[in-house]
Design a protein around this ligand. Structure first.
Ligand code: XMP
Length: 520
C-alpha cells in the first residue's frame, strides 16, 4: 500500500535461513525492503518498481530437480542493480552463461576473502585487505559469465565476490548479512548507497508519518476503530499509533482476566489512560475467567477456555461502541512474509496460541494492522519515537493466557496470589542484578505438588515454585540462563520467607527443544 511511494529494495527468497537477516540489515541501514518468494511474477516486480534486487541464498543446487529458478528475463528487464548472495550468486552465474560445479566437500564456516579490486560492493575496502567472512555453500562458480570480473578470492574459492560493472550485477559467495561477517554491513551499505544511489530515509519518524496517513485513509473520516490493549509491546505501539491518527476515534479495550502479573492492570491504566490519554475501556472480567477455569487442569483446555472467554468479553464491549467498523491488530512483518518454506508445509501446532483470531469476520470488522511492515526491533524504535517508555518496550514476553499456564494444576484465586507474589520477587531480583535486559524471559511457575519442609520447629507441607529463565533470540529455541548462584539463592530465600504457602524453590535447567519455555 505504501511501498510505491518509498524507495524499495526487493529481496527474492530462495529459502535461506538467513533471508530475514538480509532484510533486517538493510532496514538497519535506513532503507525499506520487502521479502518476496523467488517466483513472484515479473509484472508484480515491475509494479513494485524496486530500486534494487537481492537474490537470497538457499539450500538448493542450481542443477537440482526442484531447484527454485527465476526467468533469465529478470536480469535484462529489471533494469536495476542486482546482488546475488550464495545460491543467488550461483543462480545468476548459471543463468547468464557461467558454470557452476557441485562442490565435493563444500565450504562451511569462517574464511578470509582477499580484496582483489576495491570497487562496487567492495568500494569501501582497500586493495589486498583481508576480510573475515562466513561461508555456507556446497556448489561453487567455476567459470564466470561473460562481462564479469573478480572482486575477491579465498584460498579455495576463486570467485568469492564478482561483478559486472556495466550491468551493475554483483555476486557474493559468502553471507554479508550474518554477524560472523563483521564488515558485512559495509558491503551492503556500499551496494545500497554507492552502487544503487539510495539514501537512508526509512526511519521510525518517517514510518510514523506514513502510518498515520495510511490509518486515516483506511478508517475514513467518521468510523471508529477498536483496539485490544494487553500492555505488551505490539498492542501498545499499535494503540498509540492509531491514537495519533484517529484521536478519540480509536477505543482501546483492556480486559483484566485475573491472570496478569502483580500490579499490571494498574500500570496499564495509569500508563495508557492517565499518561497517553487513550480512550480506554477497562473491563474487569476476573470473575468470568476464574469461573470458566474452575477445576480445569489440562493445559490445552485452559488455553481454549481463555481464548473463548476473551472473545466473548471483548465482543460484548466492542458492540457497545457506536460506529466501530475496524479492529486494530498488532500483526508484525515476520507473520506476513511469503517465504519459501525449506522444510515444506506449515510446522505443527505445538501449543494453541491465544489471540483474537476469528473476531473480525464474526463482527464484520475491517482490519487495521499498522505494524504489518515492521520487525520487532523496528516496533520498539517506533514506540520510542512516540514516547513509550523503555520498561514497556522491553518488558519480557508474556503469554496471552497469562499466569494460567504458569499455575500448574487447578487455578484458584489463592494459588494465583501465591504465584504473583513469587513472580514479583524474582523479577525484582533479576532487575536488581542487572540481568533483566540480558535475558529473554524470566518467571515463576507454581507446581501442583506439595513437599515437606521445616520452618522454626514446625513441619510444613507446602507447594513448590520453579524459577524459569531463558536466553533466546526469537523464542523458537532457547537455553536456560546461567544466572549467578547468589541471585538464585537470594530469590529462593525471599520467596520461601515472604510468600506463604511455598516451602521449596527449584531452578529449571532445560533447553528448548526438547522442553518449551512455558511449562504448559
Ligand atoms: P513456548 O512455551 O512455546 O513459548 O516455548 C514460546 C514463546 O511464546 C510465548 N507464548 C505465548 N505467547 N500466546 C502468546 O502470545 C500464547 O498462548 C503463548 N504461549 C507461549 C512464550 O511466553 C514464549 O515467549
Amino acid at each position: 500500500m505504501l511501498s510505491a511511494r518509498r524507495d524499495l529494495v526487493l529481496i527474492l527468497d530462495f529459502g535461506s535461513q538467513y533471508t530475514q537477516l538480509i532484510a533486517r540489515r538493510i532496514r538497519e541501514s535506513g532503507v525499506y525492503c520487502e521479502i518476496h518468494r523467488y517466483d513472484v511474477p515479473l509484472e508484480r516486480i515491475r509494479a513494485l518498481a524496486p530500486r534494487a534486487l537481492i537474490l537470497s541464498g538457499g539450500p538448493s543446487s542450481v542443477y537440482g530437480e526442484d531447484a527454485p529458478h527465476v526467468s533469465p528475463d529478470l536480469f535484462t528487464e529489471a533494469g536495476v542493480p542486482i546482488l546475488g548472495i550464495c545460491y543467488g550468486m550461483q543462480l545468476t552465474a548459471h543463468l547468464l552463461g557461467g558454470r557452476v560445479e557441485r562442490g565435493r566437500e563444500g565450504e562451511y564456516g569462517p574464511a578470509q576473502v582477499r580484496v582483489a579490486l576495491p570497487a562496487g560492493v567492495f568500494s569501501r575496502l582497500g586493495e589486498g585487505e583481508a576480510l573475515d567472512v562466513w561461508m555456507s555453500h556446497g556448489d561453487r562458480v567455476v567459470e564466470l559469465p561473460p562481462g564479469f570480473s573478480t572482486l575477491g578470492t579465498t584460498d579455495t574459492t576463486p570467485f568469492a565476490a564478482v561483478y559486472n560493472e556495466e550491468r551493475k550485477i554483483y555476486g557474493l559467495q559468502f553471507h554479508p548479512e550474518v554477524a560472523h561477517t563483521p564488515r558485512g554491513k559495509e558491503l551492503l551499505d556500499a551496494f545500497l548507497f554507492d552502487v544503487v544511489g539510495l539514501s537512508p530515509t526509512w526511519t521510525p519518524a518517517s514510518f510514523v508519518d506514513e502510518a498515520v496517513e495510511a490509518i486515516r485513509a483506511k478508517v475514513g473520516p467518521d468510523a471508529r476503530a477498536v483496539c485490544g490493549l494487553s500492555g505488551g509491546v505490539d498492542s501498545s505501539v499499535a494503540a498509540v499509533l492509531c491514537q495519533r491518527a484517529l484521536g478519540d476515534r480509536v477505543v482501546c479495550i483492556f480486559v483484566d482476566n485475573g491472570l496478569l502479573r502483580k500490579g499490571e492492570a494498574e500500570q496499564v491504566v495509569k500508563m495508557f489512560g492517565d499518561h497517553f490519554h487513550l480512550r480506554l475501556v477497562h473491563v474487569d472480567a476476573r470473575k468470568e475467567f476464574l469461573e470458566a477455569l474452575a477445576g480445569v487442569t489440562d493445559p490445552e483446555q485452559k488455553r481454549k477456555i481463555i481464548g473463548r472467554v476473551f472473545i466473548e468479553v471483548f465482543e460484548a464491549e466492542a458492540k457497545k461502541i457506536e460506529d466501530a467498523r475496524f479492529l486494530v491488530q498488532g500483526t508484525l512483518y515476520p507473520d506476513v512474509i511469503e517465504s519459501v518454506s525449506v522444510r515444506g508445509g506449515p510446522s505443527a501446532v505445538i501449543k494453541s496460541h491465544h489471540n483474537v483470531g476469528g473476531l473480525p469476520e464474526r463482527m464484520h470488522l475491517g482490519l487495521v494492522e499498522p505494524l504489518r511492515e515492521l520487525f520487532k526491533d523496528e516496533v520498539r524504535a517506533v514506540g520510542a519515537t512516540m514516547g513509550i517508555p523503555h520498561h514497556v518496550l522491553w518488558r519480557h514476553p508474556f503469554p496471552g493466557p497469562g499466569l494460567a499456564v504458569r499455575c500448574l494444576g487447578a487455578i484458584t484465586e489463592e494459588r494465583l496470589a501465591v504465584l504473583r507474589e513469587a513472580d514479583a520477587i524474582f523479577e525484582q531480583e533479576i532487575r536488581e542484578a542487572g540481568l533483566y535486559d540480558k535475558i529473554w524471559q524470566s518467571f515463576c511457575v507454581l507446581l501442583p505438588v506439595r513437599t515437606v519442609g521445616v520452618m522454626g520447629d514446625e513441619r510444613t507441607y507446602d507447594e513448590v515454585i520453579a524459577l524459569r529463565a531463558v536466553e533466546s533470540r526469537d523464542g523458537m529455541t532457547a537455553d536456560w540462563a546461567r544466572i549467578p548462584y547468589e541471585v538464585l539463592g537470594r530469590t529462593s530465600a525471599r520467596i520461601i520467607n515472604e510468600v506463604r504457602g511455598v516451602n521449596r524453590v527449584a531452578y529449571d535447567v532445560s533447553s528448548k527443544p526438547p522442553a518449551t519455555i512455558e511449562w504448559e
